[in-house]
Design a protein around this ligand. Structure first.
Ligand code: ATP
Ligand code: MG
Length: 567
């Protein structure tokens, strides 16, 4: 490729909306352009990277027993109505109507489509397992599309679906996908961690997310420095903190004027916040819920939602709180409320606590759970914090941020039951197929690689997914000798199938160096009059700046291949 022909318009100024480095660099280096919020054109350089990521994904999916197909993006509403998700999917789904008024959506995911496909065709246990996948655009009208390709509204996903005859089969499919994902992200040069993920209402240890570690990541994970445990904070299980027993003191109501936050109350009463209980109130499709956690803890809304089996959960407003028979800022656990009252399991083990008295400007002191509280259930519903004990070994956990680049998920029979995808087993019994689904964000993976691999000059591509491996820069295009050697290097590398750009533009060498660093070619070969006098050209490795001189006249290809192999 000649740089004079390459469609890679670089930018000096980056639009202010680009907040994270991958977004900024991909705009600056001419990898992509915005069409609408969360919707982008992938320019030739990005498209080359994406195809390389796709090919790594493809190879590993095929090796793990996957077969590629391509399903429609436009999906009829009926299959979503049949599974029950047409209504619950909500505003995230792009919906449309055809000329006859029939409803469709742009596929946000393909469980319905694949299950209705397979149900007509797989009838016997002998045809199982089946593992089918596609690499395709997905559409989600995200609430907050942002960070460029990280959270788009149109993005590329690989989605594989497995169908097995039983759970033992599903375990094998799941493990082979888990292992394939490990290989894929390793080949993409990502630093990542598989973490236990929330598997929603399905429950069980049925899901892992693959998190690329990066400070810009939207997900929070916890990990244990002394054992293998790692989990999404949403999922991480917590054992109740058990405190020394105390004699039960007498329950008292005290004035706490204007002390609406737990910090203000504890300061006013001169008590440690660990002695207090705070309340958070939610609306859900299962009704109003009051969740009580220790004053210094936070509610884990996903755990609350799973506990309730609720489809949605949102903060309740003051009116709803009043209707429950209490007062915002002064909600406590003593006395019955018109709401479902859920106690975190640590709260259940506390003695002589401070909590709201359900009246304006009043709190209880010395409230005791068993003696004084009225509640509906106790469950682990708080968010794990740094230094909480590891759920496996008890060591203090640490927190980190991650980018979810992939997720593997055991669906069991959720969709096969709803959509009647059954087969006949060895005994002629009709059973629902046991399913799993496995997604990789291809465009998000590209962003994640950049988040982990850049410097102040630009992107640093790993060889495996670089748009081109090598850029050749003739320092002066007017110098005949320089151009002759540059052309010779170019021809040799092309013949050897090294992906190479010759920067033949009539620009100053400095401009070309800047662009080369910005675009992030792993290797830059500079042909300049000075080094030619000494009989060599200079090969510079992008990621560490180290320089290797290549002798003019000798074969360039083996030397370049050797350098690339070791990068
Ligand atoms: P998130 O929690 O980040 O919204 P998700 O759990 O809804 O993602 P999945 O349904 O598991 O996403 O999709 C599989 C993969 O697709 C994700 O692991 C992620 O890499 C990618 N992905 C999901 N949503 C987006 C998006 N809006 N933009 C880019 N990639 C996405
Ligand atoms: Mg996910």
């Amino acid at each position: 490729m000649l740089a004079s022909n390459l469609y890679a318009p670089t930018l000096r100024e980056v639009p202010a909306e680009a907040e994270i480095i991958s977004h900024k660099l991909m705009l600056r280096a001419g990898f992509m352009r915005k069409s609408a919020t969360g919707i982008y054109t992938y320019l030739p350089l990005a498209w080359k990277v994406l195809k390389k990521i796709e090919n790594i994904v493809r190879e590993e999916m095929d090796n793990a027993g996957g077969q590629e197909l391509l399903m429609p993006i436009i999906q009829p509403a009926e299959m979503w109505q049949e599974s029950g998700r047409w209504n619950v999917y909500g505003d995230e789904m792009f919906r449309l109507q055809d000329r006859h008024g029939r409803f469709f959506c742009l596929g946000p995911t393909h469980e319905e489509m694949i299950t209705t496909l397979v149900r007509g065709e797989v009838r016997s246990y002998r045809q199982l397992p089946v593992r089918l996948y596609q690499i395709q655009n997905k559409y989600r009208d995200e609430r907050r599309p942002r960070f460029g390709l990280m959270r788009g509204r149109e993005f590329i996903m690989k989605d594989l679906y497995s169908f097995d005859k039983d759970e033992a089969g599903l375990d094998i499919s799941y493990k082979s996908m888990y292992d394939a994902y490990t290989r894929i992200f390793t080949r993409c040069n990502l630093k990542f961690r598989p973490v236990e993920a929330d598997s929603g209402a399905i429950g069980g240890s049925g899901s892992h997310e693959f998190m690329a570690l990066a400070d810009s990541g939207e997900a929070e994970i916890v990990y244990c420095p002394s054992c293998d445990y790692a989990g999404n904070v949403e999922k991480a299980e917590l054992k109740p903190i058990v405190l020394a027993e105390e004699a039960l003191a007498e329950l008292e109501i005290v004035d706490t004027p204007d002390a609406k936050t737990i910090a203000a109350v504890c300061e006013y009463l001169n008590a440690p916040v660990e002695k207090s209980v705070k309340a958070v109130v939610y609306n859900s499709d299962k009704g109003l819920v009051i969740v009580l956690v220790r004053g210094d803890h936070e509610v884990n809304e996903i755990k609350v939602q799973n506990h309730l089996g609720a489809l949605f959960l949102e903060m309740a407003n003051e009116e709803a709180i009043q209707a429950a028979g209490t007062v915002a800022g002064f909600i406590g656990g003593v006395g019955k409320k018109q709401a479902y009252v859920l106690l975190d399991s640590t709260v259940a083990k506390m003695y002589n606590v401070i909590c709201g008295a359900d009246q304006l400007d009043k709190h209880y002191i010395n409230a005791n759970i068993a003696r004084d509280f009225t509640y509906d259930a106790i469950a682990d519903v708080r968010l794990i914090q740094e230094n909480d004990p590891c759920p496996i070994c008890g060591e203090a956990v640490k927190k980190a941020r991650g980018i979810e680049v992939g997720q593997v998920f055991k669906l069991f029979t959720k969709y096969s039951k709803a959509l009647k995808a059954t087969f006949l087993n060895e005994n002629g019994k009709e059973l629902p197929m046991v399913m799993g689904c496995y997604g990789i964000g291809v465009t998000r993976t590209m962003s994640a690689v950049i988040e982990q691999s850049y410097d102040e000059d630009g992107i640093i591509w790993p060889v495996a997914i670089a748009p081109y491996h090598v850029v050749i820069i003739p320092a002066n295009t007017k110098d005949e000798k320089v151009m002759e050697v540059a052309q010779e290097v170019y021809a040799q590398l092309q013949q050897g199938k090294v992906e190479v750009v010759l920067d033949d533009r009539n620009e100053r060498a400095g401009v070309k160096f800047k662009d080369a660093d910005l675009i992030g070619y792993p290797l830059r070969i500079t042909v300049g009059a000075k080094t030619l006098e000494q009989g060599c050209v200079e090969a510079r490795i992008r990621k560490n700046g180290s320089v290797v001189n290549l002798e003019v006249g000798k074969a360039y290809l083996p030397a370049v291949q050797e350098i690339l192999k070791n990068l």
